[in-house]
Design a protein around this ligand. Sequence first.
Ligand SMILES: NC(=O)c1ccc[n+]([C@@H]2O[C@H](COP(=O)([O-])OP(=O)(O)OC[C@H]3O[C@@H](n4cnc5c(N)ncnc54)[C@H](OP(=O)(O)O)[C@@H]3O)[C@@H](O)[C@H]2O)c1
Length: 321
Amino acid sequence: MSMKYHPLPRTTLEISEIAFGAWPIAGMTTPGIIDAESLAAIRACFEAGINHLDTAYMYGACGESEKLIAQALGNRRGEMVIATKGGLHWGPDQEMVYDARPQTLRRECEESLRRLQTDRVELYYLHAPDPNTPVAESAGEIKRLMDEGKTLSAGASNMTVAELEEFARECPLAAYQPPYNMLQRQIEADTLPWCRAQGVAVLVYWPFLKGLLAGKMRRDRTFENDSRRKYPQYQGEELEKNLALIENLRAIAAETGHSVAQLVLRWTLQQPGVTCTLCGARRPDQVRENAGGSGWELTAEQLARIEKLLAARGAPAVRSL
Ligand SMILES: NC(=O)c1ccc[n+]([C@@H]2O[C@H](COP(=O)([O-])OP(=O)(O)OC[C@H]3O[C@@H](n4cnc5c(N)ncnc54)[C@H](OP(=O)(O)O)[C@@H]3O)[C@@H](O)[C@H]2O)c1
């Protein structure tokens, strides 16, 4: 096992650079999630050297993701650095509701701790800014939760530099969580350099662009009942271009003796300022494969060839949450 670990700023903890993203096991993207497989996937992290789990209050209609984590870890909870998030929940029509008022964050944090069967998490994020609540007010409440010992450190997700600055004025900021992958690189222009300059860890989500870049998506895959069908990367000409890119990446991956998924994770982690990739998974074999994104390096020449492929692919169509 050759997993690399990096400090979680403002704590004495270290996190594995490949983390387990616990959205897929919430069962909201893909139907037919099997609890036994989800539990086995979380437990596979121990052997794979993954010590960081990323979940949220809104992962599941009733917090299924947090509950499965508690069940899977049992008395090994102390070996994991757990992050959860608050400030987003599901409305009556399954729409996302942005509510990060202080009292909501407190209630959601306390509910998350109950579901996770723990007294505190190691990292608590503001999931996204609430348009009706100043970021400073949400951050102030997270600072109070920290002072009370309900979280060891604080993070922010889905923010601009101005919002991160506002957050950091009220509460010490350990981590930022944006979307980032080969086809979504907007953060390179603003939040990524800001975090590097401020010593804030950057833990990126969607390293596989929701599965596409893991290299196993077949052209004829249909997304019946799968919420991924709404994303442009899975549609028409965009899908064709993305699958062609993956075939080109496959040749470089083969040269390194790794899979496409591992190459994609390695590339992501070699981008300056990226601390950790949050890899969504729902089966233990995926966890084991993803862990192999750590412990080796792409050469400068291979990185340059990948850049060329990405430039040739052209600007992709993507959408946010
Ligand atoms: N802060 C935020 O707002 C935010 C938003 C989104 C996500 N996140 C976090 O970031 C994590 C990552 O995002 P994500 O899970 O949506 O997307 P992702 O990591 O880009 O992709 C996850 C999907 O990739 C596929 N996959 C994973 N490993 C694979 C492997 N080795 N081989 C083949 N396929 C593989 C699985 O698809 P199949 O289901 O088809 O097997 C899995 O569902 C989440 O789990 C969550 O913790 C945070």
